[in-house]
Design a protein around this ligand. Structure first.
Ligand SMILES: *Cc1c(COP(=O)(O)O)cnc(C)c1O
Length: 396
Protein backbone atom coordinates (compact mmCIF):
# COMPACT_ATOMS: atom_id res chain seq x y z
CA UNK A 1 0.00 0.00 0.00
CA UNK A 2 1.31 3.43 -0.83
CA UNK A 3 1.02 5.96 1.94
CA UNK A 4 0.85 9.69 1.57
CA UNK A 5 1.35 12.48 4.06
CA UNK A 6 -2.14 13.56 3.05
CA UNK A 7 -3.79 10.31 4.15
CA UNK A 8 -5.56 10.10 7.47
CA UNK A 9 -6.44 6.91 9.31
CA UNK A 10 -10.10 5.95 9.78
CA UNK A 11 -10.41 8.25 12.78
CA UNK A 12 -9.02 11.20 10.90
CA UNK A 13 -5.48 11.21 12.30
CA UNK A 14 -2.41 12.37 10.44
CA UNK A 15 0.11 10.35 12.45
CA UNK A 16 -0.40 11.43 16.07
CA UNK A 17 -2.51 14.50 15.27
CA UNK A 18 -6.08 15.15 14.19
CA UNK A 19 -9.23 13.18 14.94
CA UNK A 20 -12.71 14.47 15.64
CA UNK A 21 -13.17 15.58 19.26
CA UNK A 22 -16.80 16.65 19.07
CA UNK A 23 -19.74 16.21 21.44
CA UNK A 24 -21.75 13.03 20.73
CA UNK A 25 -24.55 15.25 19.44
CA UNK A 26 -22.38 16.44 16.56
CA UNK A 27 -21.04 13.00 15.63
CA UNK A 28 -23.72 12.52 12.94
CA UNK A 29 -22.86 15.94 11.49
CA UNK A 30 -19.19 15.20 10.92
CA UNK A 31 -20.03 11.75 9.58
CA UNK A 32 -22.63 13.18 7.21
CA UNK A 33 -20.12 15.79 6.07
CA UNK A 34 -17.44 13.22 5.35
CA UNK A 35 -19.87 11.01 3.43
CA UNK A 36 -21.12 13.96 1.37
CA UNK A 37 -17.58 15.12 0.61
CA UNK A 38 -16.50 11.64 -0.52
CA UNK A 39 -19.56 10.96 -2.64
CA UNK A 40 -20.04 14.41 -4.19
CA UNK A 41 -16.76 16.32 -4.47
CA UNK A 42 -15.19 13.86 -6.93
CA UNK A 43 -18.14 13.81 -9.37
CA UNK A 44 -18.08 15.52 -12.75
CA UNK A 45 -21.01 17.73 -11.70
CA UNK A 46 -19.12 19.12 -8.72
CA UNK A 47 -15.81 19.40 -10.54
CA UNK A 48 -17.33 21.37 -13.42
CA UNK A 49 -19.22 23.76 -11.17
CA UNK A 50 -16.23 24.28 -8.86
CA UNK A 51 -13.86 24.84 -11.78
CA UNK A 52 -16.23 27.30 -13.39
CA UNK A 53 -16.60 29.37 -10.20
CA UNK A 54 -12.86 29.30 -9.55
CA UNK A 55 -12.31 30.64 -13.05
CA UNK A 56 -15.02 33.26 -13.39
CA UNK A 57 -15.81 34.25 -9.80
CA UNK A 58 -12.45 33.87 -8.03
CA UNK A 59 -10.31 34.76 -11.05
CA UNK A 60 -8.18 31.62 -11.34
CA UNK A 61 -5.69 30.49 -12.37
CA UNK A 62 -3.71 33.07 -10.41
CA UNK A 63 -0.38 33.96 -12.05
CA UNK A 64 2.91 32.35 -11.08
CA UNK A 65 5.03 35.45 -11.31
CA UNK A 66 8.80 35.43 -11.77
CA UNK A 67 10.02 38.10 -9.36
CA UNK A 68 13.10 39.21 -11.29
CA UNK A 69 14.43 41.90 -8.97
CA UNK A 70 13.83 39.83 -5.85
CA UNK A 71 15.53 36.87 -7.56
CA UNK A 72 18.52 39.02 -8.42
CA UNK A 73 18.84 40.17 -4.84
CA UNK A 74 18.91 36.63 -3.44
CA UNK A 75 20.76 34.97 -6.35
CA UNK A 76 17.84 32.57 -6.76
CA UNK A 77 14.89 32.03 -9.04
CA UNK A 78 11.94 33.24 -7.01
CA UNK A 79 8.39 32.79 -8.19
CA UNK A 80 5.41 34.31 -6.42
CA UNK A 81 2.11 32.45 -6.51
CA UNK A 82 -0.31 35.36 -6.70
CA UNK A 83 -3.16 34.35 -4.39
CA UNK A 84 -3.36 38.05 -3.57
CA UNK A 85 -5.13 38.46 -6.90
CA UNK A 86 -8.05 36.20 -5.91
CA UNK A 87 -11.45 37.81 -5.48
CA UNK A 88 -11.68 39.19 -1.90
CA UNK A 89 -7.89 39.54 -1.79
CA UNK A 90 -6.63 36.20 -0.51
CA UNK A 91 -6.67 32.43 -0.91
CA UNK A 92 -9.51 31.90 1.59
CA UNK A 93 -12.21 32.06 -1.07
CA UNK A 94 -10.87 28.89 -2.79
CA UNK A 95 -12.13 27.00 0.25
CA UNK A 96 -15.38 28.85 0.86
CA UNK A 97 -16.45 28.36 -2.78
CA UNK A 98 -15.82 24.62 -2.49
CA UNK A 99 -17.59 24.24 0.84
CA UNK A 100 -20.61 26.32 -0.20
CA UNK A 101 -21.16 23.97 -3.15
CA UNK A 102 -20.95 21.05 -0.77
CA UNK A 103 -23.37 22.70 1.69
CA UNK A 104 -25.84 23.41 -1.11
CA UNK A 105 -25.63 19.81 -2.28
CA UNK A 106 -26.33 18.67 1.31
CA UNK A 107 -29.51 20.77 1.28
CA UNK A 108 -28.23 23.23 3.88
CA UNK A 109 -29.67 26.75 3.94
CA UNK A 110 -28.09 28.21 7.09
CA UNK A 111 -24.36 28.75 7.12
CA UNK A 112 -22.39 29.61 10.23
CA UNK A 113 -18.76 30.59 10.56
CA UNK A 114 -16.41 32.16 13.04
CA UNK A 115 -13.78 34.73 12.22
CA UNK A 116 -10.91 36.49 13.94
CA UNK A 117 -9.68 39.33 11.77
CA UNK A 118 -12.74 38.99 9.59
CA UNK A 119 -11.06 37.67 6.42
CA UNK A 120 -12.74 34.27 6.60
CA UNK A 121 -16.00 35.93 7.61
CA UNK A 122 -15.84 38.05 4.46
CA UNK A 123 -14.99 35.05 2.27
CA UNK A 124 -17.93 33.14 3.79
CA UNK A 125 -20.38 36.05 3.51
CA UNK A 126 -19.27 36.43 -0.12
CA UNK A 127 -20.17 32.87 -1.14
CA UNK A 128 -23.42 32.93 0.87
CA UNK A 129 -24.46 36.01 -1.09
CA UNK A 130 -23.45 34.22 -4.28
CA UNK A 131 -25.70 31.27 -3.43
CA UNK A 132 -28.49 33.15 -1.63
CA UNK A 133 -27.92 31.33 1.67
CA UNK A 134 -28.29 32.69 5.21
CA UNK A 135 -25.03 33.57 6.87
CA UNK A 136 -24.24 34.10 10.55
CA UNK A 137 -20.66 34.97 11.46
CA UNK A 138 -19.49 34.82 15.08
CA UNK A 139 -16.78 37.28 15.93
CA UNK A 140 -15.22 38.32 19.24
CA UNK A 141 -16.51 41.65 20.49
CA UNK A 142 -12.96 42.97 20.67
CA UNK A 143 -12.28 41.89 17.08
CA UNK A 144 -15.50 43.56 15.91
CA UNK A 145 -14.11 46.84 17.23
CA UNK A 146 -10.63 46.28 15.79
CA UNK A 147 -11.77 45.10 12.36
CA UNK A 148 -14.55 47.52 11.49
CA UNK A 149 -14.03 47.51 7.68
CA UNK A 150 -14.42 43.73 7.49
CA UNK A 151 -17.52 43.85 9.70
CA UNK A 152 -19.01 46.39 7.30
CA UNK A 153 -18.10 44.19 4.32
CA UNK A 154 -19.87 41.20 5.85
CA UNK A 155 -22.96 43.31 6.53
CA UNK A 156 -23.02 44.68 2.97
CA UNK A 157 -22.85 41.09 1.75
CA UNK A 158 -25.94 40.29 3.77
CA UNK A 159 -24.41 38.41 6.69
CA UNK A 160 -25.34 38.78 10.33
CA UNK A 161 -22.31 39.38 12.55
CA UNK A 162 -22.87 38.08 16.09
CA UNK A 163 -20.54 39.25 18.85
CA UNK A 164 -18.89 36.70 21.17
CA UNK A 165 -18.82 38.41 24.52
CA UNK A 166 -17.21 35.76 26.74
CA UNK A 167 -13.56 35.25 27.71
CA UNK A 168 -11.03 37.38 25.87
CA UNK A 169 -13.72 38.30 23.28
CA UNK A 170 -11.51 37.13 20.40
CA UNK A 171 -11.29 34.22 17.95
CA UNK A 172 -11.37 31.32 20.41
CA UNK A 173 -14.50 32.72 22.02
CA UNK A 174 -16.12 33.18 18.62
CA UNK A 175 -15.22 29.55 17.85
CA UNK A 176 -16.88 28.38 21.07
CA UNK A 177 -20.02 30.32 20.17
CA UNK A 178 -20.09 28.88 16.66
CA UNK A 179 -19.78 25.34 18.01
CA UNK A 180 -22.56 26.03 20.54
CA UNK A 181 -24.75 27.30 17.71
CA UNK A 182 -23.98 24.17 15.70
CA UNK A 183 -25.01 21.95 18.62
CA UNK A 184 -28.29 23.86 19.02
CA UNK A 185 -28.94 23.97 15.26
CA UNK A 186 -27.50 20.74 13.87
CA UNK A 187 -29.14 21.44 10.51
CA UNK A 188 -26.85 24.39 9.93
CA UNK A 189 -23.60 24.04 7.99
CA UNK A 190 -20.44 25.04 9.87
CA UNK A 191 -18.03 26.48 7.34
CA UNK A 192 -14.49 26.26 8.74
CA UNK A 193 -11.85 28.51 7.21
CA UNK A 194 -8.54 26.71 7.68
CA UNK A 195 -7.08 23.19 7.90
CA UNK A 196 -8.23 22.99 11.51
CA UNK A 197 -11.27 21.69 13.35
CA UNK A 198 -12.53 18.12 13.68
CA UNK A 199 -11.96 15.56 10.94
CA UNK A 200 -12.95 15.76 8.07
CA UNK A 201 -12.52 19.56 7.95
CA UNK A 202 -8.70 19.65 7.71
CA UNK A 203 -8.85 17.16 4.83
CA UNK A 204 -11.65 19.03 3.03
CA UNK A 205 -10.04 22.45 3.35
CA UNK A 206 -6.63 21.14 2.24
CA UNK A 207 -8.29 19.55 -0.80
CA UNK A 208 -10.08 22.75 -1.79
CA UNK A 209 -6.87 24.75 -1.40
CA UNK A 210 -4.88 22.19 -3.39
CA UNK A 211 -5.78 24.08 -6.55
CA UNK A 212 -2.81 26.28 -5.61
CA UNK A 213 -0.14 23.58 -5.98
CA UNK A 214 -1.95 22.02 -8.91
CA UNK A 215 -1.58 25.31 -10.76
CA UNK A 216 2.03 25.76 -9.57
CA UNK A 217 2.93 22.36 -11.07
CA UNK A 218 1.47 23.24 -14.44
CA UNK A 219 2.81 26.79 -14.50
CA UNK A 220 6.32 25.75 -13.44
CA UNK A 221 6.36 23.10 -16.13
CA UNK A 222 5.49 25.74 -18.72
CA UNK A 223 8.09 28.18 -17.40
CA UNK A 224 11.00 25.92 -16.45
CA UNK A 225 10.27 22.55 -18.02
CA UNK A 226 10.19 21.00 -14.55
CA UNK A 227 6.95 20.60 -12.59
CA UNK A 228 8.38 21.05 -9.12
CA UNK A 229 10.55 23.65 -7.38
CA UNK A 230 13.39 23.15 -4.90
CA UNK A 231 11.44 24.87 -2.13
CA UNK A 232 7.91 26.03 -1.43
CA UNK A 233 7.49 28.68 1.24
CA UNK A 234 4.18 29.64 2.84
CA UNK A 235 3.00 31.30 6.02
CA UNK A 236 0.96 29.35 8.55
CA UNK A 237 -1.85 30.59 10.72
CA UNK A 238 -4.08 27.54 10.82
CA UNK A 239 -2.28 26.41 7.70
CA UNK A 240 -4.68 26.45 4.76
CA UNK A 241 -2.64 28.43 2.25
CA UNK A 242 0.42 26.37 3.18
CA UNK A 243 -1.50 23.10 2.83
CA UNK A 244 -2.71 24.23 -0.59
CA UNK A 245 0.74 25.34 -1.76
CA UNK A 246 2.43 22.14 -0.47
CA UNK A 247 -0.32 19.68 -1.44
CA UNK A 248 0.97 18.16 -4.68
CA UNK A 249 4.55 18.25 -3.41
CA UNK A 250 4.18 16.47 -0.05
CA UNK A 251 5.13 13.14 -1.55
CA UNK A 252 7.92 14.51 -3.76
CA UNK A 253 10.70 14.33 -1.20
CA UNK A 254 13.14 16.51 -3.14
CA UNK A 255 10.86 19.52 -2.65
CA UNK A 256 11.59 21.28 0.63
CA UNK A 257 8.47 22.56 2.35
CA UNK A 258 8.91 25.61 4.55
CA UNK A 259 6.12 26.63 6.92
CA UNK A 260 6.55 30.13 8.30
CA UNK A 261 5.02 30.97 11.64
CA UNK A 262 4.66 34.31 13.40
CA UNK A 263 7.24 34.84 16.13
CA UNK A 264 5.51 38.09 17.10
CA UNK A 265 7.85 40.10 19.31
CA UNK A 266 10.16 37.04 19.52
CA UNK A 267 9.65 33.37 20.33
CA UNK A 268 10.61 33.81 23.99
CA UNK A 269 8.90 37.17 24.46
CA UNK A 270 5.58 35.82 25.68
CA UNK A 271 4.03 37.60 22.71
CA UNK A 272 4.28 35.09 19.89
CA UNK A 273 2.27 32.72 17.73
CA UNK A 274 5.08 30.24 16.93
CA UNK A 275 2.93 27.21 17.68
CA UNK A 276 5.23 24.50 16.36
CA UNK A 277 7.96 25.61 18.78
CA UNK A 278 5.85 26.72 21.76
CA UNK A 279 2.94 24.34 21.34
CA UNK A 280 2.31 21.04 23.08
CA UNK A 281 -0.25 18.39 22.17
CA UNK A 282 -3.79 19.18 23.22
CA UNK A 283 -7.29 19.42 21.87
CA UNK A 284 -8.24 22.67 20.21
CA UNK A 285 -11.30 23.35 18.08
CA UNK A 286 -12.14 19.65 17.85
CA UNK A 287 -8.80 18.16 16.93
CA UNK A 288 -5.69 16.93 18.73
CA UNK A 289 -2.86 19.14 17.63
CA UNK A 290 -0.04 21.40 18.81
CA UNK A 291 -1.34 24.38 20.71
CA UNK A 292 -0.06 27.09 22.96
CA UNK A 293 -1.36 26.33 26.43
CA UNK A 294 -0.40 26.91 30.04
CA UNK A 295 0.22 24.21 32.67
CA UNK A 296 -3.54 23.98 33.31
CA UNK A 297 -4.32 23.43 29.64
CA UNK A 298 -5.72 26.93 29.20
CA UNK A 299 -5.10 28.36 25.75
CA UNK A 300 -2.45 31.07 25.78
CA UNK A 301 -3.45 34.18 23.85
CA UNK A 302 -1.18 34.34 20.80
CA UNK A 303 0.32 37.50 19.36
CA UNK A 304 1.29 38.50 15.86
CA UNK A 305 1.21 41.81 14.03
CA UNK A 306 -0.75 39.97 11.34
CA UNK A 307 -4.26 39.06 12.40
CA UNK A 308 -4.35 35.98 10.16
CA UNK A 309 -1.37 34.33 11.90
CA UNK A 310 -2.60 35.17 15.38
CA UNK A 311 -3.85 31.64 16.09
CA UNK A 312 -2.93 29.49 19.13
CA UNK A 313 -2.88 26.19 17.21
CA UNK A 314 -1.78 24.71 13.90
CA UNK A 315 -3.59 22.31 11.58
CA UNK A 316 -2.95 18.62 12.42
CA UNK A 317 -1.48 17.94 8.97
CA UNK A 318 1.24 20.51 9.65
CA UNK A 319 1.75 19.31 13.23
CA UNK A 320 2.37 15.85 11.77
CA UNK A 321 4.65 16.85 8.90
CA UNK A 322 6.68 19.18 11.13
CA UNK A 323 6.99 16.49 13.84
CA UNK A 324 8.17 13.93 11.29
CA UNK A 325 10.60 16.32 9.61
CA UNK A 326 8.88 16.51 6.23
CA UNK A 327 8.14 20.20 6.73
CA UNK A 328 10.57 22.74 8.19
CA UNK A 329 9.11 25.43 10.42
CA UNK A 330 10.64 28.89 10.60
CA UNK A 331 9.51 31.75 12.85
CA UNK A 332 9.56 35.38 11.71
CA UNK A 333 9.10 38.41 13.98
CA UNK A 334 6.74 41.32 13.44
CA UNK A 335 9.63 43.58 12.48
CA UNK A 336 11.13 41.11 10.03
CA UNK A 337 7.75 40.76 8.33
CA UNK A 338 7.33 44.53 8.09
CA UNK A 339 10.74 44.89 6.42
CA UNK A 340 9.91 42.11 3.96
CA UNK A 341 6.63 43.84 3.07
CA UNK A 342 8.48 47.05 2.37
CA UNK A 343 11.11 45.24 0.33
CA UNK A 344 8.57 43.50 -1.90
CA UNK A 345 6.68 46.74 -2.41
CA UNK A 346 9.81 48.54 -3.58
CA UNK A 347 11.41 45.75 -5.57
CA UNK A 348 8.37 44.28 -7.29
CA UNK A 349 5.52 46.79 -7.07
CA UNK A 350 3.42 44.41 -4.98
CA UNK A 351 2.21 45.33 -1.49
CA UNK A 352 1.68 42.00 0.29
CA UNK A 353 -0.57 41.11 3.21
CA UNK A 354 1.34 41.05 6.50
CA UNK A 355 0.76 37.28 6.70
CA UNK A 356 2.40 36.76 3.30
CA UNK A 357 5.22 39.10 4.31
CA UNK A 358 6.24 36.47 6.90
CA UNK A 359 6.78 33.96 4.10
CA UNK A 360 8.84 36.51 2.18
CA UNK A 361 10.97 37.28 5.24
CA UNK A 362 11.91 33.61 5.45
CA UNK A 363 14.06 34.12 2.32
CA UNK A 364 16.60 35.79 4.62
CA UNK A 365 16.73 32.74 6.91
CA UNK A 366 16.97 29.84 4.48
CA UNK A 367 20.12 28.07 3.52
CA UNK A 368 19.92 28.82 -0.16
CA UNK A 369 21.86 27.25 -2.97
CA UNK A 370 22.57 29.45 -5.95
CA UNK A 371 20.01 29.22 -8.74
CA UNK A 372 17.50 27.27 -6.73
CA UNK A 373 13.88 27.55 -7.81
CA UNK A 374 11.73 28.81 -4.95
CA UNK A 375 7.99 29.36 -4.93
CA UNK A 376 6.67 31.75 -2.29
CA UNK A 377 2.94 31.61 -1.80
CA UNK A 378 1.71 35.20 -1.71
CA UNK A 379 -1.43 34.41 0.25
CA UNK A 380 -3.01 37.85 0.19
CA UNK A 381 -2.76 41.51 -0.69
CA UNK A 382 -1.85 44.34 1.65
CA UNK A 383 -4.89 46.60 1.33
CA UNK A 384 -6.32 45.37 4.63
CA UNK A 385 -3.03 46.13 6.40
CA UNK A 386 -2.63 49.73 5.24
CA UNK A 387 -3.43 51.10 8.72
CA UNK A 388 -0.56 49.12 10.19
CA UNK A 389 1.76 50.07 7.34
CA UNK A 390 0.82 53.74 7.74
CA UNK A 391 1.62 53.62 11.42
CA UNK A 392 4.89 51.69 11.08
CA UNK A 393 6.22 53.44 7.98
CA UNK A 394 5.04 56.96 8.80
CA UNK A 395 8.56 58.31 8.24
CA UNK A 396 8.73 57.26 4.57
C1 LIG B 1 -6.16 34.05 6.88
C2 LIG B 1 -4.91 34.35 6.17
C3 LIG B 1 -3.74 33.59 6.40
C4 LIG B 1 -3.65 32.51 7.43
O1 LIG B 1 -4.51 31.44 7.25
P1 LIG B 1 -3.99 30.01 6.77
O2 LIG B 1 -5.16 29.13 6.99
O3 LIG B 1 -2.82 29.65 7.60
O4 LIG B 1 -3.63 30.13 5.35
C5 LIG B 1 -2.62 33.87 5.63
N1 LIG B 1 -2.61 34.87 4.73
C6 LIG B 1 -3.70 35.63 4.50
C7 LIG B 1 -3.61 36.73 3.50
C8 LIG B 1 -4.88 35.41 5.21
O5 LIG B 1 -5.95 36.18 4.98
Amino acid sequence: MSTSYLDTDDLGFYGAFGGAYVPELLRPNVEELEAAFNSYCFTETFENEYASLLKDFVGRPTPLYYAARLSEKYGMHIYLKREDLCHTGAHKVNNTVGQILLAKHMGKTDIIAETGAGQHGVATATVCALMGLNCIVYMGEKDIERQAPNVQRMKMLGAEVRPATSGSKTLKDATNEAIRHWINHPDSYYLIGSVVGPHPYPKIVAYFQSVISKEIEKQLTEKTGKGYPDKVVACVGGGSNAAGAFYHFFDTKSVELIAVEAAGLGIDSGKSAATSVLGTPGVLHGSLTLLMQDADGQVVEPHSISAGLDYPGIGPLHAHTIATGRTTAIAITDDEALQAALQLSKLEGIIPALESAHALAALDKLALRKDEVIVVNLSGRGDKDMNTYMEKFSSL
